[in-house]
Design a protein around this ligand. Sequence first.
Ligand code: SF4
Length: 364
Amino acid sequence: MGLPTGQTVPAPKETRMTTPINLAETLTREQTLELEANRLHERLAVVGWSMLECELIAPLTAEINALKRRLNAVVLAHSYQTPDVIYGIADHVGDSLGLSTEAAHTDAEVIVFCGVRFMAETAKILSPGKRVLLPAPDAGCSLADSITAEEVRELKRQHPGVPVVCYVNTSAEVKAECDACCTSANTLAVIEAMPGDELIFVPDKLMAANMQPHTKKRLITWDGSCIVHEDFGEAEFRAFKEQYPQAALLAHTECMPSVVEMADMAGSTSGMERFIAAHDEIKQYLLVTECGMTDKLKVAFPDRDFVGSCVLCPYMKKVELRNVLQAMTAPRPKQEITLSEDVIKGARRALDKMLEIGRSERVK
Ligand code: SF4
């Protein structure tokens, strides 16, 4: 079951979904909000949102969409965001690589990043002249927070001359210490593109364990993991597989190797989306990733059945329509991403190396 491959992949077409209602002068505010509530309900009903709930958030989404036009702002949302953010206000939705690419190409003067801190930092590194706002300034990530720049320098002292690759889930300071960055969509391609037969790979020990069987290079790893994906267990999925034998199991490569081993496909969130789009004949899926992804796919593929459990990322869920609106109207200093020129320069080098290598798709 093959998938199309490419060097870089823009956010999937169906995720460019914002069709904000123009606050046309001919419409009253009530009429505008009614149209906005209808637009939201058309998308959100499939994930259980009632018309009343859509009417309640319509004033917020209408105001944010109007502000985007006034500020020349673009809203980027990671696939793990809630459906009101994804379908209410986002211009682009996707994984880290897709959004990094969008961040680099957008003509907007302001980027509002609905995601966690390292993602907004990535947008700033690629667009240093733009204003980058992070509505939830304390939205961290268990992977990114597991390693510091000084710890990377110490690893380099311990393994002189060995190239260093960091997963995109790292701070800008950590990226600046590395030779190349990678995402779950291109991990193996980046590993293989580096010279030598050894590689320091930080910070995800599970992703490194999932890649090790696919490369001859010896991976020197770090003790980081994603609190969402490490939670999924093999026994749980064996039980699901027995209950839903027709379902295809799609797993993120941040999961444990025993889970990835059982999967029909393992890779990035965008890779999962493309897998589903390419397989009309598979009607039932079991996703081993964050809950937001399941909701997004339920809307994108209403004819498919998504079964099983999911885990919420507490960091991603710190973003809400209210803090997006507040950050766009009166940002607090912590909501604006600022990085030193040296960090931007170093991290840019690592990101450019990744963008040059592109996407290699799934490992399985
Ligand atoms: S899902 Fe995991 S990797 Fe992604 S932001 Fe949350 S903790 Fe970090």
